[in-house]
Design a protein around this ligand. Structure first.
Ligand SMILES: [Zn+2]
Ligand SMILES: [Zn+2]
Length: 156
């Protein structure tokens, strides 16, 4: 089953049991081969295949536990809908396509070019973390001809 030591360690450190439901949810993220962040509904759909009794509510509750112990992050750059992805201690950012929603991970962190200490000093603010996304259009969307239906006017 789930063999991620980092995730298991985080459960233990925070005093959470690794229940079968949590294992299945974690597995859903690990099986997510296309690496696109998952919505709670998508996680639920995957988990239900192996754990038919689990409710969407339970998935939400457990996603919050995962967030709390820091093994997933919540992203909300698409239509305000929250998506989640595994966050196993490797810092990264995303390129996000505004048209099709494709997200691509970049290991590069622009934050290191900011004068963090200066900002902290000026604003009297202690910075502990940051989030940063880059928006634009992916190669496919840029090559795809403009769809006619896109500009269709709606009549009542
Ligand atoms: Zn795209
Ligand atoms: Zn960063």
């Amino acid at each position: 089953m789930v063999k991620d030591d980092y995730a298991i360690e985080q459960f233990r450190k925070n005093g959470y049991k690794i229940t079968p439901q949590r294992q299945e949810i974690l597995q859903a993220f690990m099986d997510n081969n296309n690496n696109q962040p998952l919505s709670a509904e998508e996680v639920h759909r995957k988990v239900v295949e192996r754990y038919p009794n689990i409710s969407l509510d339970t998935v939400y509750r457990n996603l919050n536990v995962f967030l709390e112990i820091g093994i997933i992050s919540k992203l909300s750059f698409r239509e305000g809908k929250s998506r989640y992805e595994l966050d196993l201690g490797k810092h990264h950012h995303h390129l996000v396509c505004l048209k099709c929603g494709l997200t691509e991970v970049i290991d590069y962190c622009p934050f290191k070019f900011l004068e963090v200490e200066k900002i902290e000093e000026e604003k009297k603010f202690e910075i502990t973390k940051h989030s940063f996304e880059i928006f634009g259009y992916c190669q496919l969307c840029r090559e795809r001809p403009v769809e006619k239906s896109f500009n269709k006017s709606v009549s009542c």
